[in-house]
Design a protein around this ligand. Structure first.
Ligand code: ATP
Ligand code: MG
Length: 174
């Protein structure tokens, strides 16, 4: 069967969006598929996965976008600029078509915080190479992204250990 590139979204407030994306990366790498992971928010990719990624150096490209952005910074213009540059890089990566799976981790926030327009992002997604799978993560995926995607899963928080005061732990949160 010819590969049918899918656009998949993991959204919602519960834990597991980035974890699910990393799980798919692990699965694809096992088939020898080149994978690219682009992190849009500074620090969203954690120590554990950054170290593991080194084991797949020949197949896995990961890009922690330069300065990244946080949207609580003093300097909104700089954040917008950083978000734009990160998106331009992602758009180039998609067009280049070198990877079988491209993960756009926390992309939803660029639209939510009006740093890049939904239309501009959708224009690139519509032109993606046929065989390429895309994964988009982040809370509050916009309606346009949802309409475009082939698969959308919403992580719903039923329980989270933070609620009873259990702090972030090695191997679980980072
Ligand atoms: P993960 O990276 O663990 O899969 P995520 O991608 O679904 O989480 P994000 O919205 O990106 O979640 O949040 C990143 C951080 O916030 C993670 O360290 C995660 O454990 C934590 N987190 C996620 N969901 C919750 C929640 N419902 N309550 C408290 N903290 C959360
Ligand atoms: Mg995440």
């Amino acid at each position: 069967m010819e590969p049918h590139g899918l656009t998949m979204i993991f959204t919602g407030n519960g834990k597991g969006k980035t974890t699910a994306a990393l799980g798919l990366a692990f699965r694809a790498l096992g088939h020898g598929f080149p994978v690219c992971l682009i992190q849009f928010i500074k620090g969203s990719w954690k120590y554990g996965e950054l170290e593991s990624a080194k084991c797949f150096a020949d197949l896995l490209d990961f890009h922690v976008m330069g300065r990244g952005f946080t949207w609580n910074s003093e300097n909104l213009q700089e954040d917008i600029q950083a978000a734009r540059e990160a998106w331009d890089f992602a758009a180039q990566t998609i067009r280049a078509g070198r990877h079988r799976l491209v993960i756009l981790d926390e992309l939803t926030y660029l639209i939510k915080y009006q740093m890049v327009s939904e239309e501009e992002i959708l224009a690139v997604l519509r032109q993606k190479p046929e065989a390429m799978h895309l994964v988009i993560t982040g809370r509050g995926a916009s309606q346009g992204l949802i309409d475009f995607a082939d698969l959308v899963t919403e992580m719903t928080e039923i329980k989270h250990p933070y609620k009873k005061g259990i702090k972030a732990q090695k191997g679980i949160e980072f």
